[in-house]
Design a protein around this ligand. Sequence first.
Ligand code: URA
Length: 275
Amino acid sequence: MDDAGDTFKADVAALQFLVDAGLDVIIEATPQNRLAPPEPAPPPAAPAMREEAPRQRLVTEPPRRPEPADSDRQAAETAAQIAPACNSLDELRAALEGFHGLAIRETATQLVFADGNPEAEIMIVGEAPGREEDRIGKPFVGESGKLLDRMLAAIGLDRTTVYITNTVLWRPPGNRKPNPSETAAMLPFLIRHIELVQPKAMMLAGGAALSALYGMEARITRERGRWRDYEASFGTVPLLPLYHPAYLLRQPSLKREAWADLRAFRTKCGELGLI
Ligand code: URA
C-alpha cells in the first residue's frame, strides 16, 4: 500500500481505539480539545463525616524490588556485573546475546531486544515477548502490539517517536508471565537499558516492569494512571503505568480508563516539550 493508504489505515485504527474507549461525538459546534486534562472537580461540600484524604497521585517511596530465586541468583549476579559495563545499546544487546543465565533463553527462538527510535525521548517498557515477538524478534508485533500502536496513534505517537522494550527479553515458554525471579535477574539489564536511552518520559505497559522497578506489591490495577518519579542515574524521569494492551484486549471495558491515562501521558509529554 502507498504512504497515503498506510496513513489512512493507521488513522482508522486509532479512531477505532477511541470509539472502544467511549468516544461517541466527533463533531461539535465549537472545537474541543480532547487531549486537555479533565477540568478540576469543584471543591466538595464540607463532608458530614470524616473522610479519608484523597490518595496522592505522585508516588515517591523507594522501590522494594523482587528477589531472584536461588536458581536464578547467579544469573542476577552476572547480570549486575555485565550490564552496567555496557556503554551503548549495541554493547548491551551483545552482552545479552552472550548471557545464558536464564532457562527461558534456551526455549526462546531469539532475543527480543527493542523496537522504535533509540533517539526517542519517550520509552515504553512492556512485559515479555509473546509468540509473534519471539518469531520476528521485535517487541509488540502481535495482537497486543497492534493495540499498542493504536493507543499510541490516538495520542499522536508511533514507533518513530517512542522506543519500546520489555522487562524480560526472551519469551517465557507457552506465553506464561515471566516469574518474579526472572524479572529480578533481568533488572540490571533493564536499568542499564533505561540509562542508555535516557528517556524524558516513560510508560510502563502492564505490571511486570512496575513490579521489577517498584516491588511485587505495586499492582497495576491500583497503580495505573498514578505518576511516579523514576530516579535514574541521569536524572528523574516521570513514569506512568498503564494497563497492558493484552489485558485491554481481554477487558475492553477498561479502555476508557486507558484512554484517560493516555491523555494524561500526552499532556505530560506536551508540558515537557516532547510532542
Ligand atoms: N507483550 C509484551 O509485554 N511485550 C511484547 O513484546 C509483546 C506482548
